[in-house]
Design a binder for this molecule. Sequence first.
Ligand SMILES: NC(=O)c1ccc[n+]([C@@H]2O[C@H](COP(=O)([O-])OP(=O)(O)OC[C@H]3O[C@@H](n4cnc5c(N)ncnc54)[C@H](O)[C@@H]3O)[C@@H](O)[C@H]2O)c1
Length: 421
Amino acid sequence: MDSTATYEVKDIKLAEAGKKNIEWAEAQMGALMEIKKRFEKEKPLKGIKVGMALHVTKETAVLVRTLITGGAQVAITGCNPLSTADDVAAALAKEDVKIWAYKGETKEDYYKYLNKVIDFKPQITIDDGCDLVTEIHSKHKELIPSIIGGCEETTTGVIRLKAMERDGALKYPVIAVNDNDTKHLLDNYIGTGESTWDGIKRGTNVLVSGKTVVVAGYGSCGKGVALRAKGMGAKVIVTEVDNFKALQAVYDGYYVMPMDDAAPLGDIFITVTGDIKVIKIRHMEKMKSGVIICNSGHFDVEIDYKGLKEMARSVEEVRPLVEQFIMPSGKTVICLGQARLVNLALAEGHSSEVMDTSFCGQALAVEYCVKNKGKMPASVIRLPPAIDDYIAKLKLDVYKIKIDKLDEEQIKYLSSWHEGT
Ligand SMILES: NC(=O)c1ccc[n+]([C@@H]2O[C@H](COP(=O)([O-])OP(=O)(O)OC[C@H]3O[C@@H](n4cnc5c(N)ncnc54)[C@H](O)[C@@H]3O)[C@@H](O)[C@H]2O)c1
């Protein structure tokens, strides 16, 4: 580990490779680069301290550079022990960003690093999963009066924040960037759909065509994962707990059944529910030998990985982050990425083009917090739809795609109730 007072990263010598990777991402993040150009001129974040707990990837580095260009000071750590790109972390350290992160962090280091970001006394927090907000609210309440607001990146984080709001525990405003249409629809659906398979394929090189794939959860992420599986020629089973989502899956052409029934049929299982113990030991016992199980939901609780480790006769890491468990029955179960986000543990997360829209949301949410300092309630807030629309327009401009405009007659027709049959 290489460390100074302002950083701790795996190997600072990886900085040059990380810089190249960040530039690779920048070339595909045209919408965020437009915002960066404006930030350069206007400096809307001048003097603001931003503390971040986000996956330390090349795309996150582009967001960090954007915020700094806008005048902010940034301190960052990861939001998952297995998702840090060590070369990117080294490059950020070389650029004098305060950073504490490495791939394979222990739980102790994970929380030590979160607290390094808290020691920086951020005025705005950016979270992916709500760990930073939770740590501040439970152990560093003295910081709360100086915090302008926060921004949350993912569904699981928003669920936790809403629970805090419901319990009267949330003490500063947090913008649910996850709930922007340009984030939830593109990142969760398109991004997770593709990158989950990227992680599974890079990790195992398995042929998907002809396999039976079981997708647990048919929300935004599950819909994307199931669609890509179908596109590769798999038979797809969906499991759900929500009647409407289950019906949607039926009409989209998938088999729908409980996990107990799907367990003996599947070859590859993917959880994307945000829920706990969706794949239980009793399910694993029913599975065929050689199945692959993995998770692409936020936390490592969707598969009972702890139970699997306890009950297995033996375990061997047969490829990086690919563990083969021998069950008491003699059958094997292959678990990817220690049941953590498979797309970040075994691949690079979403494509830069996807993170472009997500991180436009983060950059504009930080700017919104600064502009609305002291005016927002201590609750979970959505950005105004006009900001979402602006992000969509920026992205269409990147692709040089033009769309029609409503003319006067259409505007009048759509806003009146007089004209009928
Ligand atoms: N891998 C990534 O890069 C990535 C990206 C975005 C979001 N996420 C995470 O993925 C998870 C899902 O996000 P989403 O936006 O699709 O959420 P969502 O709320 O849209 O969908 C989750 C679905 O899971 C279902 N579900 C809940 N418990 C279940 C159970 N026991 N069995 C079967 N289905 C169950 C729900 O009914 C819901 O339809 C969250 O943890 C989110 O933070 C991961």
